[in-house]
Design a protein. Structure first.
Length: 638
């Protein structure tokens, strides 16, 4: 796991920016603390920061060249089937000088070009430069587990693992107001867009090529799409019991692949079903597996460490609990804000950061249960969607009482007010078309509410036709005529999974030099998930049905008899206490808002009034999005 960056210069002006290669590489130091090097050619520069996982010797340092020195690679990620691929290449006469997966990937590309991507099982972002052909090839893994951004103008193409590396080349920054408007709605910016014009995210399952011989010089191609044919689900006609057997076999094989490492390895263990499944399967192959969880001393309602301990005891793992106070969470807040180089306001990143930081003290690689919710139907919105498709008398009554839910106090702060919040969102959603309903339940702010936060000058820079196009593109897999849960999951796999969940895990783990591997997102497991009919994943009583049923025979029964409590970061309390002066006198202060001229002063004043009122509802999520943006603006833009 590493950080990569590079530049392809079209002309002398572009070449001038190569003087920033070393500093651009150094910005990725936290991703790769073990080594850092650059390589410069006539019109191309490549940089790499290394987190040593496989073959930790200097033989694995990058940029790495083949024996002829014609090809050079920089690589971020892991190829889990590299040993099998290495044997295939050795049969073809390739001699290897290291034990790394990087060298295997380099020679596989040399022999097969872009077709090599179809053979890879792993997660990756990598670039190969062919000096003889003056050709740059850059690719991102199938599901977007590893990030890759790029920038192009008339002089150059730049790519990097993180935005801060691209900015280190000394580019002119131009805020994308369309992205800002969408950020206020989602709390993140869906790919391929970023907060800056001209900087894009390479989409999962895509690669780009750059060459002066190309027209256009930069070409982007798709090599992978998650297979999904709704009219041909369960093509093998497996019974539900057979589906469970296949899922267990596929997932165990996925976990086995992800146990390859030359450094200490462990697993996150929250006490939920998904991380418990991964721990159970890994413990079959690793004696005394290290497992890690965090507890919340100040929030016992959310503390699930007792369930994590049950799993640890059953599978005899070496278990470590990091017991945190709200003050512990707060102390890391500014480090997290400093690391973010693009606005990203999923507040659950805070505990992920701390878990990664503490885990890194004992391991360099951690397995995680992430990804199961998106592909197997684990979110409350999936149950809400299912019930909106198959409404009973209770669902029809909730919809009819929409005016009541609208009038009652709503927030996530207590059981009752949170239940009212959920009923209000459901009752509003069932009145919409399926596409509109998906967008409404995927966002924090409605479009009109987001617009009220922006100044008139900012609104003039928002292309509202572009916004409609973006939202229609997000909801393109949802059918207004024949809506299904699998369409929702397929949309989540393209929106929530890469742009929120995977971004969060990558940023927070790599900020601490920790590699996180996600067995549920092995592309074979994902392909199987999208062959399953909806009833295998969800019914009126159970979300993530097949995952729960498949592993019921090995997991502690108490895991199935407990309420699920997603942890809520105590943002509201911080905003009213420790962060109050930071909000009122700095980041959202009236003079700064007026001088900045991005946000509407009156809209921000109303937001602050709501925040400090007796009925703040869910306003803290929007305030957090604004705090994150303002921090980013002051550090990277102002």
């Amino acid at each position: 796991m590493c950080g990569i960056t590079g530049i392809y210069a079209y002309n002398e002006v572009g070449k001038f920016h190569m003087i920033n290669l070393a500093s651009a590489t150094d910005t990725l130091r936290q991703r790769g603390p073990n080594a850092g090097q650059t390589e410069i050619f006539s019109r191309v520069g490549l940089g790499h920061r290394r987190l040593s996982i496989i073959d930790t010797s200097a033989d694995g340092n990058q940029p790495m060249q083949d024996a002829s020195k014609r090809y050079t690679i920089v690589f971020n990620g892991e190829i889990y089937n590299y040993r099998e691929l290495r044997k295939e290449l050795e049969v073809k006469g390739v001699s290897f000088h290291s034990a790394t997966d990087t060298e295997v990937l380099l020679y596989l590309y040399i022999h097969e070009g872009a077709a090599c991507l179809q053979k890879l099982n792993g997660f990756f972002a990598f670039a190969v430069y062919d000096e003889a052909q003056d050709h740059l090839f850059v690719a991102r893994d199938r599901l977007g587990i590893k990030p890759l951004l790029y920038y192009q103008d008339e002089d150059k193409v730049i790519f990097a693992s993180e935005m801060k590396s691209i900015l280190a080349y000394g580019l002119t920054k131009e805020l994308d107001y369309n992205s800002l408007y969408q950020y206020l709605q989602f709390n993140y910016i869906p790919a391929p867009h970023t907060i800056l014009k001209h900087v894009k995210k390479l989409l999962p399952g895509h690669y780009l090529e750059v060459s002066k011989a190309h027209d256009p010089r930069l070409q982007i191609s798709q090599y992978y799409q998650i297979p999904f044919e709704e009219d041909h689900l369960n093509p093998e006609q497996l019974s539900y019991a057979q589906q469970q057997q296949k899922l267990e076999a596929l997932l165990e094989r996925s976990v086995q692949r992800r146990l390859v490492a030359d450094v200490p390895l462990g697993a996150f263990l929250s006490g939920g079903i998904d991380s418990s499944v991964i721990t159970a399967l890994a413990s079959r192959h690793v004696e005394k597996l290290n497992t890690f969880s965090i507890g919340y001393r100040d929030e016992p309602f959310y503390d699930e460490t007792a369930y994590a301990r049950l799993v640890a005891e059953k599978f005899k793992t070496e278990h470590t609990v990091f017991s945190l106070t709200n003050q512990d969470l707060y102390q890391h807040l500014f480090n997290i804000l400093d690391y973010l180089d693009e606005p990203f306001a999923d507040s659950s990143a805070i505990p992920v950061y701390i878990l990664s930081k503490e885990t890194k003290k004992k391991a360099t690689v951690a397995l995680s249960g992430d990804g199961a919710d998106e592909i197997f139907s684990g979110y409350n919105k999936h149950m809400a969607a299912w019930r909106s498709m198959y409404p009973g008398s209770a669902e029809r009554m909730v919809g009819a009482l929409h005016p009541l839910w609208q009038s009652l106090p709503k927030s996530r702060g207590s059981f009752l007010s949170n239940k009212v919040r959920q009923l209000q969102r459901f009752s509003k959603g069932v009145q919409l078309t399926p596409k509109e309903r998906y967008i409404q339940w995927a966002t924090f702010l409605a479009p009109d509410a987001a617009a009220r936060l922006l100044s008139n000058e900012a609104l003039e820079k928002v292309d509202f036709e572009n916004q409609e196009t973006r939202l229609n593109h997000i909801a393109r897999y949802i059918s207004n005529e024949k809506e299904t849960i699998n369409q929702w999951l397929y949309t989540d796999a393209h929106l929530v999974l890469p742009n929120d969940m995977l971004t969060k895990v990558d940023l927070m783990s790599m900020a601490n030099g920790l590699e996180v591997r996600v067995p549920f997102l092995d592309h074979e497991v994902v392909a199987f998930a999208f062959q399953l009919p909806a009833e295998s994943k969800i019914n009126r009583r159970m979300k993530k049905r097949i995952v729960q049923d498949t592993f019921r025979h090995i997991l502690p029964e108490k895991l199935y008899r407990r309420p699920k409590h997603g942890f809520e970061v105590p943002l509201l309390g911080w905003f009213r206490a420790e962060l109050k002066s930071k909000i009122t006198e700095d980041l959202l202060a009236d003079p700064f808002i007026e001088e900045q001229n991005i946000f509407d002063p009156e809209g921000i004043r109303q937001l602050k009034a709501k925040l400090f009122s007796s009925n703040p509802e869910d306003v803290h999520a929007t305030v957090w999005a604004l705090v994150v943006f303002q921090w980013w603006w002051k550090k990277y833009y102002a």
